[in-house]
Design a binder for this molecule. Sequence first.
Ligand code: SF4
Length: 416
Amino acid sequence: MSPAARTVEHVTCLGCGCACDDIAVVVKQDRIAETRNACALGTAWFGDGRIPQDARVNGRTTSLEQALGEAARTLEAAKRPLVYLAADLSCEAQREAVALSDRLSAMLDSLTGAAAAGVLAAQRRGRAGATLGEIRQRADVIVFWGVDPAERYPRFAARYAVEPRGLATPRGRASRTVIAVDVGAGRGPADADARVAIAVGDEVDALGVMRATVQGRVASDEARFRGSPELARRMSEGRYVTLVADGEPGTAPGDPDRAEALVTLAQALNGPTRCALVVLRGGGNRSGADAVVTWQTGFPFAVDFAPGFPTYRPHAGAAALLATGEIDAALVIGSPASIPEPLVRGLAGLPSVAIGPRASTATFQPAVAVDTGVAGIHEGGMAFRMDDVPLPLRPPLAGPPTAAGALRSLRERLGA
Ligand code: SF4
């Protein structure tokens, strides 16, 4: 290693919801030169650590003070503002965003609005879950439902659910049975011990047949459910079953009732055995946004402060309000690249303020843009893993202003 290099150990990667906290980052001449233990997705997320460091008003570079002053004026003039939480923020920055939403009487929403079905199903039914640590120690039957974690959660199998040796799985992979459920094009891991194929249109019914089989209520012999009752029986015989599904939009094949059907199947399995449902979440501290907004307001996303107190509007969040033209200004916080395309289109015609990593590159052309550091790379604080375990961030680099700091300054300008 060159004399100018330094290594920062135990860095937490937020490239996906696995939040691996065993990354050793080698820094040379203020750039990231190496990310030991990180997968390819994580290495790409860290990059070399260089990001834009600009503050702009109407496309022109200005001082941070002037940009925040203009941001305060833009937001204060709004009658129906939106505050939107995107990715790559620490919990501290997310907490500032809640305070700003309260001050502005705004609608506060986040990336979770696009993955609401799973949250709402869990709120209606309750969810049988577990930490990834418990699954690592105990799970002996792991069912991947329409998802191969190797694609978007590359170290999930190695760190948590398939390969590690645990208290109840002393031989690691050899102690576990892995079952892939292929739902249309959503395929489970290629190296599974067994697989079941289900058509997208039959998915929710198949989950219902499985639940009924677990509960001993029905045995369907319909050809389209072939394999489902058998899978349900196999799961019932496991000592500790884990049902893994993707909670992020875009990959989930199909039916809006799917989330509830998975939740209720996991619950039913807790009759004959123990079962935990693991919902895979994307990176950038998405789970942290849910946790912070919940502990601050009582609700995880789509919280409306307009009535003067936090009001839950899960079916009338950012996407719905932008589509109907109700929003007249927006404060977008976090990485603009993580925002779903329909929302970007809705933001494009509005006066908006963007504060976050690479805000100055936002395609919706905000009136005010303030670049900040990336949580976990330039900014410390806390973040949540996909199983709601909080982890400290150990930023290997110094960088532009922190998002939490810029938001605090904006809040103070607004007199809150
Ligand atoms: S699995 Fe996810 S959190 Fe872990 S190193 Fe890869 S991208 Fe980062």
